[in-house]
Write a protein that binds this ligand. Structure first.
Ligand SMILES: Nc1nc2c(ncn2[C@@H]2O[C@H](COP(=O)(O)OP(=O)(O)OP(=O)(O)O)[C@@H](O)[C@H]2O)c(=O)[nH]1
Ligand SMILES: [Mg+2]
Ligand SMILES: [Zn+2]
Length: 384
């Protein structure tokens, strides 16, 4: 643990002879490393790495290669940890200094619990405000390979504004995003079916992978597996869209709690109450809950573990730390044209010779995406 060694070396005392004497503490704790898979209140469940790894080595991208690289193996031991008392919060506005997906170092206590000493630099993370105007921010998860936005057209209805806010955040943090329309089995109404088709075309045209699936019938699940196998995948969306049901369908052994119809359709009650990571592995065509070390896995099909992150439903997605100037860069279809705007600081609202407005006019940019852009821009300006 580099940081720890550093502090040891710095332990310098003055002796009565006036010379500095270095000494090594005999009580150097043994640090272990692991992945935070669940956070509840002040407890963090940490899945232990069975081999030392380089997440704290200080390299530019210490965790670039994911957990599931050759040097890393996980064992199935999980340790419940607390955060060391004097741990300095990153920034002061984040409600949670440690999120699922964080790699941490911890010291085991006599009672079997652990104390987290340090959190490795994050490769990326998804952060939101509880509401558009709230000051406090919450990191949903860290070190993610893909964001799957789970959306439904009916019960509950996911708006394009909500989808676009999540997409923009993913763009800003360089997290590849996909949209998963769940409950496609319920689209008996031709109007709903058509509405979904329009959204599918719209987002595919922008460049995002879009899937139509059903956790109930299994429709589209193979495509979803192809999209996420071997990665750390965050599932996010409104309460009741079927995030937990989808994870259960992908990997039946998970047995996650899903909402009753009466729970969510009327009251919007949240069934999943905290984010949790589930490492799963691919057996012969079926995904199963991980119970062995990765090295023992068959490498024929998908050689890696897949980390599924189930999260509580969110009502609105309050975005964090965007400037009005950079916003259009996070809409790929705007990014493609905005260098042709006449004014370098064009807000794409009303300026003459605006390339974005021209693209909106001739259909290269969809009205709903442009509407989301304006709405987010308003939020940013209100917050300033
Ligand atoms: N018909 C149909 N129902 C589904 C499908 N997926 C989920 N459901 C139902 O939708 C309801 C909500 O599912 P959950 O998986 O609990 O939803 P969630 O997104 O995890 O909700 P939160 O945990 O509250 O965020 C349950 O009654 C599921 O049975 C689907 O593909 N088709
Ligand atoms: Mg759930
Ligand atoms: Zn413009």
């Amino acid at each position: 643990m580099q940081k720890y060694e550093k502090s040891l070396k710095l332990k310098v005392k003055s002796s009565k002879f006036g010379k500095n004497v270095y000494f090594c503490s005999p009580k150097m704790p043994t640090m272990e490393e692991g992945l935070v898979i669940r956070t509840t209140g002040s407890w963090y469940r940490v899945l232990v790495f069975s081999e030392q790894c380089s997440v704290f080595s200080g390299a530019t991208h210490p965790i670039d290669n994911q957990l599931n690289t050759k040097h890393l193996t996980l064992n199935t031991q999980a340790v419940d940890c607390r955060l060391r008392g004097n741990y300095r919060l990153r920034g002061n506005k984040q409600t949670n200094p440690v999120a699922v997906g964080d790699r941490v170092s911890f010291e085991r206590q006599a009672d079997g619990t652990g104390v987290i000493h340090d959190v490795a630099d994050r490769r990326n993370y998804i952060v939101r405000r509880a509401t558009k105007l709230s000051k406090q921010t919450h990191v949903i998860a860290a070190n993610i390979d893909r964001l799957c936005i789970v959306a439904t057209l009916g019960l509950p209805r996911t708006s394009t504004g909500f989808i676009d806010r999540l997409l923009v955040t993913a763009e800003a943090y360089h997290i590849p995003a996909a949209i998963v329309f769940n409950k496609s089995d319920l689209l008996v109404d031709p109007e709903l079916r058509e509405a979904q088709q329009e959204l599918v075309s719209l987002y595919r045209a922008v460049g995002y992978p879009v899937l139509e699936v059903s956790a109930l019938t299994g429709l589209g699940l193979d495509s979803l597996r192809d999209l996420i196998a071997g990665r750390t995948v965050l599932f996010s969306g409104h309460s009741g869209v079927g995030k937990s049901a989808l994870l259960n369908a992908l990997c039946p052994g998970l047995d996650l709690r899903v909402g009753q119809l009466s729970d969510w359709s009327l009251k919007g009650r949240h069934t999943t109450t905290f984010a949790e990571i589930f490492p799963v592995q691919v057996g012969s065509g079926q995904w199963i809950v991980d119970s062995t070390r990765e090295q023992a896995l068959p490498t024929a099909h998908y050689p890696r573990l897949t980390y599924l992150i189930d999260t509580p439903g969110i009502k609105e997605f309050g975005m964090v730390d965007f400037s009005a100037q950079e916003l259009s860069h996070f809409f790929p279809e705007m990014r493609a044209v905005l260098h042709d705007c006449h004014f370098a600081n064009c807000t794409h609202r009303h300026e003459p010779r605006c390339a974005v407005l021209a693209a909106l006019d001739d259909g290269r940019i969809s009205p709903s995406r442009y509407q989301s852009y304006l709405s987010i821009l308003d939020d940013i300006e209100t917050a300033d």
